[in-house]
Design a protein around this ligand. Structure first.
Ligand code: HPA
Ligand SMILES: [Zn+2]
Length: 337
């Protein structure tokens, strides 16, 4: 067993892509308090310690309640810019070269913040990140699965002027009771538009949700996917198809998807030839950005250096980058290894 931190240099050195990151989940309590003051909003917690003390969850819904509450502070284009810029600077420190970030427009439009305010603020920070940090970012518009498919179609229409700014769509929020097939027609339409398709499945939901996402909807990538491990035939299909899984170890631990990081499926998935990646999900809420996710997972699972290199390679292979860009990044991973 290696001591935590003994692979820090390698992890830091490896170029990485982050493929599962909700930008609103990078809202650090310090920044939340500063923006609350700027926007004259009263938060339910008075001190940083109170805020952090509230970040103890026993399931996905408990987290989501706090996540939606926290983002109410975000009102102006400048707020969304500042949020995204802060994340990109942290990503730079972890040697992230490419990000595919989710955002939840419905969580903002339903409280009166216009779609364009949210989206343009994020896009402006993405542009600055490319110019000043050398990080490329793709934006993934996520539908909230606790809302109806009709609401999803409304978002698709409202977002039309920005469609060329999105690489794809996602599906997040409360998983249980909201299976992938609830959104079959919406995803069919998104496929016709030309979006890449991703979906959260098998975080809390059963393996059948992963099957639906993969085989009925035909997604290009599965977010989380943990519970596929309960269905050996599904594991074989995933290995055969090489449809990526975006695992988020510290998120899994925080939301009690696993009760110990040693039970993270990442190592077993690597050993079974699945295209698994390591990501941070909602780093401000779950105790760490991508570097810490790699570090803690490596320590808990006793990952070898070559498994860490494989994870960095997988992050680019599983991305929605063009093939030529993937090859360039993969060569950089090999050079750093
Ligand atoms: O991990 C998650 N699962 C579902 N919805 C989410 N929205 C933000 N993070 C998550
Ligand atoms: Zn997520």
């Amino acid at each position: 067993m290696k001591a935590p931190g003994s692979q820090t240099d390698l992890i830091r050195r490896l170029p990485k892509a982050e493929l599962h990151l909700h930008i609103e989940g990078s809202f650090e309590p310090e920044q939340m308090m500063a923006l609350a003051e700027r926007n004259k909003i009263v938060l339910p917690f008075k001190t940083l310690e109170d805020a952090k003390a509230a970040y103890a969850f026993s399931n996905l819904q408990e987290f989501l309640d706090l996540y939606y509450q926290g983002m109410q502070v975000l009102r102006t284009e400048e707020d969304f810019f500042d949020l995204t810029w802060a994340y990109l600077q942290r990503a730079k420190a972890d040697n992230v070269r490419h990000v595919e970030m989710f955002y939840d427009p419905q969580a903002h439009t339903e409280r009166g913040v216009p779609f364009g305010v949210v989206t343009d603020g994020i896009l402006a920070a993405i542009k600055k990140g490319e110019q000043e940090l050398g990080i490329t970012s793709y934006l993934i518009m996520s539908f909230l699965r606790h809302l109806s498919e009709e609401d999803g179609f409304d978002l698709l229409v409202e977002s039309e002027p920005w469609h060329d700014k999105f690489i794809g769509v996602g599906l997040d929020s409360s998983e249980m009771g909201h299976p992938p097939l609830k959104f079959e027609r919406l995803y069919q339409r998104c496929r016709e538009i030309g979006f890449k398709l991703s979906m959260h499945a098998g975080e809390e939901g059963p393996p059948s949700y992963v099957r639906e996402a993969l085989l009925d909807i035909g997604v290009d990538r599965i977010d989380h996917g943990n519970r596929c491990m309960e269905d050996p035939e599904l594991v074989s299909i995933l290995r055969e198809m090489q449809v990526p899984l975006t695992n988020c170890p510290l998120s899994n631990l925080s939301l009690c998807v696993i009760d110990d990081l040693k039970k993270s499926p990442v190592k077993a998935q690597l050993e079974q030839g699945l295209l698994v990646t390591v990501n941070s999900d909602d780093p401000a809420y779950f105790g760490g950005y991508i570097g810490r996710n790699y570090e803690q997972t490596a320590a808990a699972l006793d990952l070898s250096d070559s498994q860490l290199i494989q994870l960095a390679r997988n992050s680019f292979t599983a991305s929605f980058l063009l093939d030529a860009d993937k090859q360039r990044h993969l060569a950089e991973v090999d050079a750093a290894a």
